[in-house]
Ligand binder design. Structure first.
Ligand SMILES: Cc1cc2nc3c(=O)[nH]c(=O)nc-3n(C[C@H](O)[C@H](O)[C@H](O)COP(=O)(O)OP(=O)(O)OC[C@H]3O[C@@H](n4cnc5c(N)ncnc54)[C@H](O)[C@@H]3O)c2cc1C
Length: 466
């Protein structure tokens, strides 16, 4: 618990109206999109980078943890105050500072909601591609801290591919700018790349320079229905192998389709083994040709149907279905252990086979959906903790799924990060020395371990994995 005198000093820095200490509010900020809860001692809404700097300097003097938070949609507990302390909610830093069409860039504060930037730049024919399914809520600061991806990553890449530069308050309170406003630069270590995806452990992002693209002229969406997961997964490999790069290539298995249909009543094919939602964008002539070719590949690989959405509304309904998957699947069981393994694209069918075998071995419900086009599968182990032994079986299953993923040349997390939920497994991928180097980097930035302690590194992890 923070001493009263510290709370008072923080009031003096940000103003009393930007500090909340009552238990009700603290409970509201004690969770994210995991099922875990840790109560912060104080919730603070800074409005300038200088305030953040002052708070971090104070934290180093008085040794209390500081945890940055955007919208709290993270899936790995990255914003949970596992060791208590001050939760810095960055949503009041929410201005789009500049949109520069000549240099194709935008400068934003971290609290800007992802979708709000996308709508603003689209008004003038520009495009910010990263599109996490949470985009109507998540903040750009949170996206940068997690290096968020989304369906469009197949063609356009992820957040790190769009961050040109950052302004960051270091854990010690100093403020630095990294990166450039130019397309190229090779001056010194690439601190921007290091900070993107650092999960709020190396600095607090207060300004972001983002690269923009011209808005594609048109897009078409196709729904392909398959009798089995296997046929859908094979089709994914064939599409990529045919040298067409779709904008998105999303997949849902049968259990996911049923849950979403139950949730939204859109008329989805509940008997199908799997479905693919495929989008292509670009100039109209090229799109028509690509979508016809993709349609043919689907039908040649046993698709029961491959239907192009007739208009933007029908396409939007398909995307609504995809974006609703996370809330829809919880009807299966109250707790969702949500992993986002990624394998080489050619191994999607193989990993799904292995996950199925692991589900049977441990007698668990596992539903799969996600970004098949870049090999990023969301594997969701749905459990009810009240059933004796189920949680333990789930953890054993997750460990086996990770081992299988690494064996196939994959990675434990494509976009959700490590946070606290994956920390117990991180050395399976990095090895002891890889992890040790990361600990040294953390120490160089944050000698007193003030910023977001208890994250990423297993020895500091207080939480169990879910
Ligand atoms: C329904 C749903 C769908 C999702 N779909 C996707 C998806 O498709 N792709 C994907 O990648 N993720 C997805 N996510 C996960 C999540 O939305 C992303 O990780 C997102 O980037 C988190 O943004 P946020 O603003 O909510 O950050 P928070 O959850 O508040 O924070 C996430 C991490 O970033 C740190 N942080 C936040 N702001 C800053 C800052 N300014 N400076 C430094 N550190 C900071 C926090 O300390 C924490 O470690 C989904 C989540 C939900 C609930």
């Amino acid at each position: 618990m923070l001493e009263k005198s510290i709370s008072k000093k923080i009031w003096n820095i940000v103003g009393q109206e930007n500090v909340v200490a009552d238990k009700e509010t603290r409970i509201c900020y004690s969770y994210d999109a995991t099922n875990l809860k840790y109560l912060p001692d104080l919730v603070v809404y800074p409005t300038t980078r200088e305030q953040i700097s002052e708070i971090l300097k104070l934290a180093n003097e008085d040794r209390f943890p500081v945890i940055p938070r955007g919208a709290g949609t993270g899936f790995t507990g990255g914003t949970l105050p596992v060791e208590g302390g001050v939760l810095l909610v960055l949503t009041k830093l929410n201005k789009i500072l500049q949109i520069d069409p000549e240099n194709l860039l935008a400068v934003v504060e971290p609290g800007v909601v992802t979708f709000d930037l996308q709508k603003e730049v689209e008004k003038i024919g520009l495009f910010y591609p990263p599109d996490p399914a949470s985009l109507k809520t998540s903040t750009l600061g949170g996206n940068v801290a997690e290096c968020a991806g989304g369906p469009r990553a197949v063609k356009y890449g992820v957040t790190k591919d769009y961050v040109l530069g950052l302004e960051v308050v270091l854990p010690t309170g100093e403020i630095i700018s990294t990166g450039v406003q130019t397309v190229k630069s090779v001056v010194g270590y690439d601190l921007t790349k290091l900070l993107v995806g650092s999960e709020g452990t190396l600095g607090i992002i207060t300004k972001i320079i983002l690269r923009l693209l011209p808005l594609p002229k048109d897009k078409r969406t196709l729904l392909a229905i398959f009798p089995t997961i296997e046929t859908a997964a094979t089709t994914v490999s064939r599409i990529i192998g045919s040298r067409i790069i779709p904008t998105t290539l999303e997949f849902m298995d049968n259990a996911t389709i049923r849950c979403v249909e139950d949730y939204l009543h859109l008329g989805l094919p509940v008997e199908a083994g799997a479905l693919l939602i495929i989008e292509v964008d670009g100039v109209p002539e090229a799109i028509s040709q690509d979508i016809r070719e993709i349609q043919k590949i689907c039908l040649d690989h046993q698709a029961l149907e491959a239907k192009v959405a007739k208009d933007a509304q029908e396409a939007e309904e398909l995307w609504k279905a995809r974006r609703s998957v996370s809330p829809a699947v919880v009807k299966l069981n109250p707790t969702k252990i949500n992993e986002d393994i990624t394998v080489p694209r050619s191994k999607v069918a193989e990993i799904l086979r292995r996950v199925e075998a692991i589900a049977q071995k441990y007698n668990l419900i596992i539903v799969n959906f996600g970004h098949a086009g870049d090999g990023n599968i969301h594997v969701n182990v749905m459990i009810d903790r009240r059933r004796p032994g189920e949680e333990e079986r789930a953890h054993a299953a997750v460990k086996e799924i990770f081992a299988a993923t690494l064996e196939l040349g994959g990675t434990l997390s494509g976009e959700h990060g490590i946070g606290i939920t994956k920390a117990p497994y991180i050395s399976m991928e990095l090895g002891d020395m890889g992890l040790e180097v990361m600990k040294r980097i953390k120490k160089a930035f944050d000698p007193n371990n003030i910023l977001n302690p208890g994250k990423i590194f297993p020895d500091k992890t207080k939480a169990k994995a879910y």
